[in-house]
Design a binder for this molecule. Structure first.
Ligand code: FAD
Length: 504
């Protein structure tokens, strides 16, 4: 394929989630032709799977700027910026209208799963003339037809929800996990709604220590108040669940603070059984129960439950990218240069500076992982971060290097590094905030006022006050130069207490 032909091809966006659709909006603004390929039957298919869960980010952080411009041209009125939507509301009030705009509707193919991406006419080993070639994207439609789509560039915004981590502590499925699949409910079952009968008056084991687990535990406790014999056991890999309680009354997003506080109180009141240092080795179905075997604090773990809620996090599907030359971090499985900013082993504060195309590029030019998938196995991804990623990538593809490198975020007026729990394996406080965030143990108060750099966004213009991990932000020398604290209030906990436990 020659260069002219490559430029005439569309930019394929894999996935019509929030970030994929935002990518399409930015590409259109840049005069590039997007083609969005979505496996589900409509936009936001992955979000709909947890549609009953309320986001912790209010609407002001959930809507991409280019998408908003597209929508407002149709008379769309943005929801209350301070309200917290559920996943279903995010789809109904934002993603569905966005996908239905004239500009995007004709450029979105639903029921189309991408199963492989390759350089067109060159397998992974072939270097000669590689840079001139576009991409070949293999798809399978809902009715089983295989079709190849050619693309000048590919943005993989397919998220990670299709590939949950297994229950086995080593990253491998526990023995018998596949056979026991009917007993696994996934990370976020609708305990008080559609899935109520599965849990009412029955025994459930929740595995994991992220906010998905917390949401499910609270729903199960609420169900238990209404239906007797609803029993809950909570298994965590670490020695303490304290990290999940961080924030509490100090959390500037009240809904999130309440989550941790309610869970802590329920635990203190003995309303659920906590199994610490759990390592699940084997699952054995026994009639309508599943027996879960392993160890807990070096003792034997042996429980029989009706359902296991496997809220153990997610990992990216890399099999479909086997023919693409990627530069991935061996630990996080994110783009290598991004990994140093998000690796939960080192970032107790979870502070993520704004970043764009320069950090997301791979040896194969024109291919990008964006959105949730760009974070690999790190659990701290935020929509606002993804929107900035795709703005920058679209600018780069359009040849506007200056705009691509001028990365910034509409920073929320909340945000504080969690410095008290890193290294805390048994609930004793540590001080790893200093270690992870480049030498600033205490978060710094920063006021972005009139002097804020161009592109710092409307929040900056309003003089929003932020507490940020200055070490990280200053270290990478990008745009605003301040970190986006996803550690506690606006983001999911990225602290390193019991490394990786947010996914357990
Ligand atoms: C319960 C929960 C609450 C969250 N709350 C917040 C919050 O409050 N604030 C915040 O900023 N972030 C939040 N997040 C994190 C994150 O912002 C969301 O997960 C968000 O949906 C990620 O967007 P995405 O577009 O990258 O991926 P997704 O939303 O996962 O979208 C990926 C899309 O790709 C499609 N797809 C997958 N594989 C393929 C394939 N092979 N071919 C074609 N299509 C494919 C999927 O069907 C899906 O539509 C939350 C996450 C969860 C799970």
């Amino acid at each position: 394929m020659d260069e002219v032909a490559r430029d005439a091809l569309p930019v394929v966006v894999v996935g019509a989630g929030p970030v994929g659709l935002a990518a399409a909006a930015h590409l259109l603004e840049r005069g590039l032709e997007p083609l969005v390929l979505e496996a589900g039957d409509g936009p936001g298919a992955a979000v709909r799977a947890w549609g009953h869960v309320r986001l912790f980010s209010p609407w002001r952080y959930d809507v991409d700027a280019a998408a908003r411009r597209l929508l407002e041209a149709t008379g769309w009125v943005a929801p209350d910026p301070d309200a917290l939507p559920t996943g279903d509301e995010l789809v109904r009030d934002y993603l569905a209208p966005l996908a239905a705009t004239d500009a995007l509707a004709s450029r979105l193919r639903t029921g189309t799963r991408v199963v492989a991406v390759a350089r067109d006419g060159a397998d992974r080993t072939r270097s000669l003339g590689r840079d001139r070639r576009g991409y070949r994207v293999r798809t399978v439609t809902a009715d089983g037809r295989v079709e190849d789509v050619r693309a000048r560039a590919v943005l993989d915004a397919s998220g990670t929800s299709g590939t949950p981590n297994p229950l086995g502590t080593s990253g491998l499925p526990a023995v018998g996990e596949e056979v026991a699949a009917p007993f696994l409910a996934g990370a976020l079952p609708d305990v008080l709604g559609a899935d109520r009968d599965r849990f009412a008056g029955r025994r459930t084991l929740v595995v994991g220590m992220g906010h998905s687990a917390a949401n499910t535990l609270l729903a199960l406790l609420e169900l238990g108040e209404a239906v007797p014999h609803t029993a809950v056991t909570w298994a965590i890999r670490g020695g303490s669940p304290r990290r999940l309680f961080a924030g509490g009354a100090d959390d500037e997003l009240p809904a999130r603070g309440l989550l941790g506080t309610r869970l802590r109180r329920a635990l203190e009141a003995g309303r659920l059984t906590l199994v610490r240092r759990a390592s699940i080795e084997r699952l054995e179905p026994e009639g309508d129960l599943v027996r879960v075997l392993g160890t807990a604090r070096d003792e034997v773990l042996d429980v029989r439950v009706h359902t296991v809620v496997n809220a153990t996090g997610f990992r990216p599907d890399l099999a479909m990218l086997r023919e693409v030359r990627l530069d991935l971090d061996p630990v996080v499985e994110s783009p290598a240069r991004l990994a140093v900013l998000i690796d939960p082993n080192h970032h107790s504060c979870g502070t993520v500076p704004p970043h764009g195309e320069a950090l997301l590029s791979h040896p194969d030019d024109g291919f990008y992982l964006v959105g949730m998938k760009s974070y690999g196995r790190a659990p701290t991804f935020l929509l606002a971060t993804g929107y900035e990623q795709v703005r920058s990538v679209a600018a780069a593809l359009a040849g506007d290097r200056t705009a691509a490198d001028r990365v910034a975020l509409d920073l929320p007026a909340t945000g504080v590094c969690s410095t008290d729990l890193a290294g805390d394996t048994d609930g004793t406080a540590g001080t790893a905030g200093a270690a992870c965030c480049g030498g600033t143990a205490e978060p710094q108060l920063v006021t972005l006022g009139a002097g804020a750099p161009a592109g710092a966004g409307p929040t900056a213009g309003l003089g929003a006050r932020l507490r940020v991990g200055v070490g990280v932000g200053a270290g990478i020398g990008v745009g605003v130069g301040v970190g986006f604290a996803s550690g506690v209030p606006h983001g999911r906990s990225g602290d390193a207490a019991d490394a990786g436990d947010d996914q357990r």
